[in-house]
Write a protein that binds this ligand. Structure first.
Ligand code: ZN
Length: 344
């Protein structure tokens, strides 16, 4: 039986710490320019209105009288998460996808391929994940990341927008975008209280097919996620030269400039959070203690979910300095005069 969460759940209480740190870095970068800050605030309100209009024009708005079986799922999950029911749109496309936008007038869009191919528990998980993005106020920056190319064309028309599209902001934006998925997955778990459904949803997004639907197995995917984490761990334990080489490999650079999150990482993160104290406290309605119980990200998290290269390079340069420092100290030690006659 899925229990309704206590009133007053906020994004802060369940958001992944790497998501929170990422959005802080992003807003700090944006806030450096007052013009950019004001413009993004205006764009936010404008984008919400445009998104709603576009959906009214292009997609089917679901309700109790229109596509009611899917609309009812959204109603149920919004009630469990104690959040207002957003407008729900169905988009006809072969792409399995869902997205959300809005703060004051939120909407979520589900694609027909998603609704047609996902079993109900996984579809519930997707809906709860999208509601999570709304609760965490992620949606504007996610829209910016998803349409970065389109927005960056505006720069040629409005030069004061330039700071918004610097490489530093782009990296911080994409980096945060991937980490925001981790909070969405936590909302998926809170809204369904069904870890297998969330895992199944991530597995299907990694590589799903209606033909293979019943043959896809979570334990196999968990093994795949473990193999990935072990390989990333081995990369971290290489010497500094090799680590820098890996950081600049095509694999890592493509990752840095893409919005695509790694499903293998998402699977591991949500599976371990499901047995955390924070999750249990949230279900029990003890939101204050839940926030205090939030696990602090470890170095392992930071490497499996790397920060933008700019940040990492600073770390590595620090490491390089340390190594050089140690070598120099060794040199002085060897040449230090000693009073011990046995050592002469
Ligand atoms: Zn998401």
């Amino acid at each position: 039986m899925v229990q309704k969460l206590r009133h007053g759940l906020s994004g802060e209480q369940f958001a992944h710490p790497l998501d929170r740190a990422g959005i802080q870095r992003l807003t700090d970068l944006m806030a450096k320019s007052k013009v950019t800050k004001n413009l993004t605030e205006n764009m936010h309100a404008e984008a919400e209105e445009q998104f709603y209009l576009l959906n009214l024009a292009d997609n089917t708005k679901l309700s109790e009288l229109q596509g009611s079986s899917v609309y009812r799922l959204v109603q149920e999950i919004a009630e469990i998460l104690d959040t207002p029911i957003p407008s729900v749109f169905l988009d006809t496309t072969s792409e399995v996808n869902a997205y959300a936008l809005g703060g004051t007038n939120p909407s979520i869009v589900l694609t027909s391929a998603l609704v047609d191919t996902f079993p109900e528990p996984a579809l519930r998980a997707v809906i709860a994940h999208e509601l999570g993005h709304i609760i965490c106020s992620h949606t504007f920056y996610r829209l910016l990341a998803e349409n970065f190319e389109w927005f960056s064309k505006l720069v040629s028309l409005i030069p004061i927008l330039c700071p918004l599209f610097s490489l530093g902001v782009q990296w911080a934006l994409f980096d945060w975008y991937r980490k925001s998925e981790l909070s969405g997955d936590r909302a998926a778990l809170l809204g369904t209280q069904d870890l297998e459904a969330v895992q199944n949803c991530i597995l299907r997004l990694a590589g799903g097919s209606s033909r293979l639907g019943n043959e896809l197995r979570i334990p196999e995917f968990i093994e795949q996620a473990k193999e990935f984490q072990e390989k990333m761990k081995a990369k971290r334990e290489q010497n500094i030269k090799e680590r820098i080489k890996f950081l600049f490999s095509d694999f890592m650079l493509q990752h840095a400039i893409s919005t695509h999150p790694w499903p293998a990482v998402r699977l591991q993160e949500i599976s371990s959070w499901a047995s955390s104290k924070q999750y249990a406290l949230l279900l029990a309605g003890d939101y204050e203690s839940a926030l205090a119980a939030a696990p602090v990200p470890t170095d392992e998290d930071r490497f499996t979910l790397p920060a933008p290269p700019g940040e990492d390079i600073k770390e590595y340069v620090k490491d390089l300095g340390k190594v050089a420092g140690d070598a120099l100290k060794g040199l002085f030690k060897r040449s230090e005069p000693t009073d011990d006659p046995d050592k002469k």
